[in-house]
Design a protein around this ligand. Structure first.
Ligand code: ASP
Length: 351
């Protein structure tokens, strides 16, 4: 009997990339196959440390077309969810090897798509390819294996979709990519890390979601008639009108200033009123990394409270977007949808 069974899904990303033309060191990076990647990870080979010393059994699956994560759409989230759903009962934990560019989006999306998740789903990748002499990939992947195979290391189980990067484990729907080059590539600006993987692994149980009681299920139907727009001084309300006064926009996320402030001009307010009257769900989130929206704190957010605009609280833009797609995808009544958008569903918001 293995100590733990771990399923690894390889989707692409820098971690497995190499130069398009190996003879030209500055030629663009392109994803390579799982066979090439795993060659640089001797500890997962059948006679390597994890199987031999810790009794961990691995199974691997690679996307047919491994990609730079900037090319992913919600269909790819669905594929990832389905690969895990198929094997859910047979494994103790799951690792998704993923590009860093949209890792926080995928992690947010999956966190809503999985209901009653009782096992770890860990997304990881790296800033440098695994073949590089100074790669961060081996460390990130090894840490992810510890989280996914928790029982083989006598660690507490983390029943969450999380991002494991640079010795930290972050709740997926609280994470955001903060650096293109620093090994410390991800932050969780409004929530403490779930674990720190230093010399000792410290799991901060008080921040981890409780083990669910219901059966695991996936809900992969998303509504992608959603847009996210950042406000900026001088934004023309007439241009915004063209974009949002359209029956096809079911959800609009506005990245507002500070604690939810936006221009109070008649033109701007009337654009949002029109969109709201058309049935578009409008959510305000903050452009600030830390803190969140508190409608009514300033007079500059008051007009929007009466418009039925939903406060996104302290959600990341990635979580807000994924939540909007997910909740709208449930095709519930207008008021139920509104209600759900304001709730904390899977630990994505605290205000
Ligand atoms: N462009 C890459 C990707 O997201 C970046 C990375 O993996 O670090 O696939």
């Amino acid at each position: 009997m293995p100590e733990a069974r771990v399923f690894i899904l390889y989707t692409g990303g820098t971690i497995g990339m190499g130069h398009l033309d190996p003879a030209i060191p500055h030629s663009p990076l392109v994803p390579k196959s799982w066979e090439e990647l795993q060659h640089f990870m001797p500890s997962i080979q059948p006679n390597g440390y994890f199987p031999l010393t810790k009794g961990i059994e691995f199974e691997y699956h690679s996307f047919d077309e491994v990609m730079d994560s900037s090319q992913f759409n919600t269909g790819h989230w669905k594929m990832m969810a389905e690969e895990i759903e198929k094997r859910y009962d047979d494994f103790d934990g799951f690792i998704i090897i993923h590009g860093t560019d949209t890792m926080a989006y995928t992690a947010s999306g999956l966190s809503f798509m999985f209901e009653n998740l009782a096992k770890p789903v860990v997304l990881t990748g790296s800033q440098l390819p695994i073949s590089h002499s100074r790669t961060d990939a081996v460390n990130n992947l090894s840490n992810a294996i510890h989280v996914a195979a928790a029982k083989a290391f006598d660690l507490d189980l983390i029943p969450e979709v999380c991002v494991c990067f640079n010795d930290k484990l972050l709740r997926g729907n609280r994470s955001t990519k903060a650096s293109t080059n620093d090994f410390d590539g991800f932050i969780s600006p409004n929530y403490q890390p779930l674990a720190e993987l230093e010399e000792k692994i410290k799991i901060r149980k008080e921040y981890v979601l409780n083990q669910p009681t219901g059966n695991f299920l996936t809900q992969t139907e998303l509504n992608i008639n959603v847009i996210e727009i950042g406000l900026f001084p001088g934004m023309r309300p007439d241009l915004l009108r063209k974009l949002v006064i359209d029956d096809e926009v079911d959800g609009l996320i506005l990245k507002t200033y500070g604690s939810g402030n936006a221009p109070c001009s008649d033109e701007f307010v009337s654009v949002l009123r029109k969109a709201h009257d058309n049935g578009t769900h409008i959510m305000f989130i903050s452009q600030c990394l830390q803190g969140g929206v508190e409608m009514g704190k300033y007079n500059a957010s008051s007009p929007f409270q009466n418009l039925g605009i939903i406060s996104g609280g302290d959600m990341t833009p990635e979580a807000a977007l994924a939540k909007m797609m997910f909740v709208l995808g449930l095709r519930k009544s207008y008021s139920e949808t509104r209600f759900m958008l304001q709730q904390n569903l899977v630990g994505e918001r605290s205000i």
